[in-house]
Design a protein around this ligand. Structure first.
Ligand SMILES: Cc1cc2nc3c(=O)[nH]c(=O)nc-3n(C[C@H](O)[C@H](O)[C@H](O)COP(=O)(O)O)c2cc1C
Length: 305
């Protein structure tokens, strides 16, 4: 069985797995990096007065090209526009004249809208300290890799809630290079299960997904950083599943294998995306065996010199 990736099916099984708006990857990377330089200037305590004008000019050029190429509805375009607007507000608030740049951006600002936020917030210490009152230890110690599941359905709403939490994973320059290819159709999930190295309990796992990271969002000096970013997302994803009462288990994925090639074709995973790992998931059984090995002692991990 092969996933039919015609328009109809794409609108159902994999509708959350694909980038909807075509953004040229080189433009997307440039916009993301320029935006991050601008937002970082707003987010650090000691930025140079009037910083970032050259980068802003470049960003305006890229956003103008992106709009001309039909990408004005993309997240990258809209978020970049939000950051550009925030940058102008910030510079004006510090008395810096950005009128020349603003007039270069006037078409973009007048013609296109954005529902996204950009810039910075000032957050009080009490807010940060809330993390200390959360039961993080209870949370992490109650998460286990699940190898036994109930066959109760996971709903689309539940899955999207998981994604809406996992996406708060940090990424280099906030590039968010990840995707999670999955289906709520258990039969289609077998396509992924079949690509995972054989393990006797795979048949009992109702759902599978694949985490990928987009190599096109990294430049030549950042080789392999997609594994770092994708791995962090993977960790957040398994925590997000747990937070929503859904069990999961990560599966190492054989990169250079026939199964990888078939899976790429089945799920329409483009070559620029690296497969990071597979993830099995589903609702908890009433009880399940879980491996209980202790972790290494802390002082074997923390090398405090
Ligand atoms: C990258 C990665 C690959 C893994 N691959 C497998 C796998 O192929 N099969 C499996 O049963 N568990 C797999 N696991 C789960 C680990 O065995 C599990 O995380 C580890 O034993 C610690 O147990 P815990 O997750 O229950 O705390 C993998 C975990 C990671 C992070």
């Amino acid at each position: 069985m092969r996933l039919n990736l015609g328009l109809k099916r794409r609108a159902t099984a994999l509708k959350y797995a694909r980038t909807v708006y075509k953004v040229r990857p080189d433009k997307e990377l440039s916009a993301l990096l320029l935006c991050h330089a601008l937002e970082k200037g707003m987010g650090i305590p000691n930025v140079k007065l009037g910083y970032g004008k050259e980068k802003t000019e470049k960003l305006i050029g890229i956003l103008t090209d992106m709009a001309a190429e039909g990408a004005a509805e993309s997240y990258t375009f809209k978020e970049s526009l939000a950051i550009l607007k925030a940058y102008f507000r910030y510079q004006e608030s510090t008395g810096v004249d950005v009128s020349a740049l603003k007039s270069k951006a006037s078409d973009l600002i007048e013609k296109y809208d954005t529902e996204y936020n950009g810039g910075y917030n000032i957050i009080k210490k009490e807010e940060f300290l809330k993390g200390k009152d959360m039961d993080f230890e209870g949370f992490v110690r109650s998460r286990h890799s699940m190898r036994t599941y109930s066959q109760e359905a996971v709903t689309e709403e539940e899955l999207l809630k998981v994604i809406s939490l996992a996406k708060y994973a940090p990424s280099a320059c906030n590039r968010e290079p990840w995707k999670f290819y999955t289906s709520l159709n258990k039969d289609k999930c077998r396509l992924i299960a079949d690509a995972v190295p054989k393990q006797s309990f795979l048949d009992g796992i109702p759902y599978f997904g694949i985490v990928t990271a987009d190599k096109a969002l990294f430049n030549a000096s950042e080789i392999n950083q997609w594994y770092v970013n994708g791995g962090i997302f993977l960790g957040y994803l398994s925590a997000a599943f747990h937070s929503q009462g859904i069990g999961s288990c990560i599966f190492q994925f054989p990169l250079f294998s026939d199964t990888a090639a078939k899976l790429r074709a089945d799920l329409d995973i483009p070559e620029n995306e690296e497969i990071i790992a597979a993830v099995g998931f589903g609702k908890f059984a009433d009880e399940a065996k879980c491996i209980c090995a202790d972790r290494r002692p802390d002082n074997e991990i923390a090398i405090i010199r």
